[in-house]
Each structure stands twice: as structure tokens, then as C-alpha cells.
Ligand binder design. Structure first.
Ligand code: MN
Length: 318
């Protein structure tokens, strides 16, 4: 996935605080092409005008379920810096390849999680059998302590699950109801899929130190006071200990974490702290030194777009 929108708005950056939580709000996605003449279209719901991050989660692209034969997911080798990519499928299959040697087919319920650190390249292609593709591409910002670390890829086929009546909860990252995901963490983070096998309601405990969001991934849902259409993300702020989710048959995804305290500059596939971070990452990619080649990938790497003519500025997280 690529974030090709420049975001050059100059803003002041007040320090983030753990003071009063912002009020809940329903974030609506906007449709964007992934890039290229045969681009698959996705619905981007984070970053959003008002809300830039939820914990470390800084990017949410929701796509599917239909996958037109003429527009499969074709994302040739491209770089990432300063973030983690988390691929979560509900239908279909995607093959991930990267510059640290990984070749991995990813299916629904399996976690494909790549830590870019100072630089990695990867590609993602839907498989020929995937006539439907329904999923979410998330990015998590790496804190300064880890953003220049060595890149690595992890894959988890058997994530912990627990049943809450007719709802199966899968712990994608973090802890829930006494279960812990094996996924690594660079920042206090939670990500849970709730699969409603029939319409119903769950009441779940949540960490009041975390801010949270709920994505209506494949069903309409009622979250707190809000009614969500498929693709909406309800921002919940922090300070709550319980959450009620009502949904039809289908999946909703809870994301959250400790409010992220660093202000980010996001441009294309890079997350940094300054214009210079982005410029340097772009130069390294275009000079071919950001990462080795993607393993066993015959396609040409994607060139970086031109930088905007104005300086990129850090943005407050909300
Ligand atoms: Mn990517």
C-alpha cells in the first residue's frame, strides 16, 4: 500500500498530553487509488483530517470484498521506513515478498507483520485464485527507540482466540482476556478482531490508558453511541474501561494503544519526524541503497513520487 498524498500543511505542534480525551467521533473513509494505471481502489480512513493516530496506528486502508479480474492487487516492490505494516485479510490470499528474504502467502486470520526500521522493500500481489479480496492494510508508527532498527518480518498463523458467546475474538497484537498475541510490540498496542457468527452484542474490558478505535470491517455495527457503516472507524479516545459493540453477522476490528507522543511526518511510504527524514529516505530509495532487492520478484521497483515544493511539517496526532 502507498500513501501518495502529500500533506504539506504547516501547523503548530502542541505537545500531546494525556489530559482530557478528545470526544468520540465517526471517521468516514475516502476512496483513493493505490497508484498506477490499473490501480485497485481502497478506502482510506486513517490518517484522517481530525485524527492522525490511534495509539501507534497511523494508517488504515480498507479494501474489497469484490476484486475485479482486471484490477487484482498488484503492488510491486516499494520501500518503507519508520513504520510497521500489518496485513489483515478477511477473504482472499496475498503473497508477500520482501528484501529480508521472506516469501509468504497470507490468508484470512493470519498475521503478516513487517517492521521496516531504517528501511525495507516489499511487494504484495493477490493470488490468481482470489476472485474476492477483503482486508485491511494497517501501518503502525515506530517510536524513536525503534525507528532506525534493523528491518524484520514476522508471520503468525495461529493467533490466540477466545469465544464470547457467538463472537470469536482473535488477538492480533497485544493482550485480551488473558490471551497474548505473539506479535512483537514497539509501543503499547492492542488489535483484536471480533467475528460475530450471528448478530449480537459483546461487552468487553478495555485499557483506560489506551485510546481506541473500532473499524466496521465487514458488518455494520453500533459502537458506544455511534452507528457505523462498513468501512467507518469510530474514534473513542481514552479513559474508558468498557466497550459495548453490537453488530450483524461479520467482523469488527478494535485498534488502540497508548496515545502516541511523537509528531509524525508521513509521506508516500515513509514515516519520519522531519522533512529531512523523508528527503533522505526518498534519496536512499531512488539511489537503490535503502534496501536489497525483494526476493524472487521479477517486477521493477516503484519509483518515488516527486516531493512537494513546500517543506513537509510534523502534524499533531489529533
Ligand atoms: Mn507496503
Amino acid at each position: 500500500m502507498s500513501n501518495v498524498e502529500a500533506d504539506p500543511t504547516e501547523v503548530d505542534c502542541p505537545p500531546s498530553g494525556r489530559s482530557e480525551s478528545p470526544p468520540p467521533q465517526t471517521l468516514k473513509p475516502r476512496e483513493v487509488p493505490l497508484g498506477g494505471p490499473r490501480a485497485m481502489r481502497v478506502r482510506r480512513v486513517l490518517p484522517h483530517r481530525q485524527i492522525r493516530t490511534i495509539g501507534p496506528w497511523c494508517f488504515v486502508d480498507h479494501y474489497g470484498p469484490e476484486l475485479a479480474a482486471e484490477t487484482p492487487m498488484v503492488v510491486p516492490p516499494h520501500p518503507h521506513v519508520g513504520l510497521q505494516t500489518l496485513t489483515w485479510l478477511m477473504e482472499g490470499e496475498v503473497v508477500h515478498r520482501d528484501s529480508v528474504g521472506s516469501i509468504q502467502t497470507v490468508r484470512p486470520g493470519e498475521l503478516s507483520f513487517m517492521t521496516a526500521g531504517h528501511g525495507i522493500a516489499h511487494s504484495e500481489y493477490s493470488t490468481p485464485d482470489s476472485t474476492r479480496l477483503f482486508g485491511v492494510q494497517f501501518w503502525l508508527a515506530l517510536p524513536s527507540s525503534d525507528r532506525n532498527r534493523e528491518p524484520f518480518f514476522e508471520f503468525h498463523r495461529d493467533l490466540p482466540t477466545t469465544n464470547l458467546g457467538p463472537v470469536t475474538a482473535t488477538v492480533i497484537i497485544g493482550d485480551f482476556a488473558g490471551h497474548t498475541s505473539p506479535a512483537s510490540q514497539s509501543w503499547p498496542t492492542v488489535g483484536i478482531e471480533f467475528d460475530f457468527t450471528e448478530p449480537g452484542t459483546v461487552d468487553i474490558p478495555i485499557n483506560p490508558e489506551f485510546e481506541h478505535g473500532v473499524l466496521a470491517a465487514s458488518t455494520r455495527a453500533e459502537v458506544a453511541e455511534a452507528s457505523l457503516e462498513i468501512g467507518d472507524l469510530e474514534y473513542l479516545g481514552w479513559g474508558q474501561e468498557n466497550l459495548r459493540i453490537t453488530a450483524d453477522q461479520g467482523k469488527v476490528i478494535l485498534i488502540g494503544g497508548a496515545p502516541f507522543t511523537e509528531h509524525l511526518v508521513m509521506w508516500w511510504n515513509f514515516v519520519g519526524r522531519s522533512h529531512e527524514d523523508i528527503l533522505q529516505a526518498r534519496d536512499r530509495w531512488m539511489e537503490g541503497v535503502l534496501a536489497p532487492s525483494v526476493t524472487d520478484d521479477p517486477n521493477a521497483p516503484l519509483p518515488a513520487p516527486e516531493l512537494p515544493s513546500v517543506r513537509l511539517r510534523p502534524r499533531p496526532n489529533r
